[in-house]
Design a protein around this ligand. Structure first.
Ligand SMILES: [Zn+2]
Length: 239
């Protein structure tokens, strides 16, 4: 337990650490996915993204924002604070037409979005690119729907020690080929979690630079605001 101040819900609070076991069975503390705020329930990565979004909005002043999630605390946080047009979506399932709304939830596949080009001023995505078959294709799609002068803010599991991306799995038709031990992360619309396809290294920075005019990586760390560890990386891309 760490006492501090939550920048997402704007109050003094406590953050709970998150003990996990590695693949080798060694216990370690997942600072990025842990340090959940007692008040808003968001972990370190999501709370930091809230701050990142808030800072960006001050200067960007977006009219239309797209976030690649909808059934989450972060989406609700954004909906409560942003009075422009906010569009959220989830990956509801294969075979669902892009843009279709089922029980209030919009389906989108980030490799093939239903939005027209240059629709949004700001696009936000948290770790979604790790779960798609073709992350570069998804990056091109997110770039396509950004207006000139817009920004894409996102997180991925980025490992600065990796020169190249590590493809953990690849889908060929309906078949999934695994190159590494399958790893799943939580998914608000899939009870068994979402398969990780890629761990990202510096190769991804070069791939982003092929698509965007400007790519920045920011590293967050703050004891006071409950952001510990050394892997809280945030990407900011401009067309
Ligand atoms: Zn909070």
């Amino acid at each position: 337990m760490v006492d501090g101040y939550c920048l997402a819900c704007d109050r003094a609070t406590s953050f709970r650490s998150h003990r996990r076991a590695s693949e080798a069975g060694t216990p370690w503390i997942g600072w990025r996915e842990g340090l959940r705020c007692d008040a808003c329930g968001m972990n370190s990565r999501k709370r930091a993204m809230c701050w990142f979004i808030a800072q960006t909005m001050r200067t960007l002043r977006p009219a239309e924002v797209y976030v690649t999630e909808q059934m989450t605390t972060l989406y609700r946080w954004l909906a409560e604070r942003f009075d422009g047009t906010l569009v959220g979506s989830e990956y509801v399932g294969a075979g669902t037409p892009a843009g279709e709304v089922r029980e209030g939830v919009r389906h989108e596949d980030v490799e093939s979005l239903s939005f027209p080009a240059e629709r949004f001023d700001l696009v936000v995505s948290l770790d979604v690119l790790a779960h798609v078959n073709r992350p570069v294709r998804a990056v091109e799609e997110l770039r396509r729907v950004l207006r000139p002068g817009g920004q894409l803010l996102f997180t991925v599991p980025f490992v600065p020690e990796y020169a190249c991306n590590v493809t953990r799995a690849h889908a060929v038709g309906d078949e999934i080929v695994h190159f590494e031990k399958p790893v799943h992360y939580g998914d608000p619309v899939a009870s068994d979690g979402s398969l990780v396809f890629t761990d990202f290294g510096w190769e991804f920075f070069e791939q982003l630079s092929d698509t965007f005019g400007s790519v920045e990586i920011e590293l967050f760390h703050s004891w006071q605001y409950g952001h510990l560890g050394s892997n809280l990386f945030f990407f900011r891309c401009r067309p």
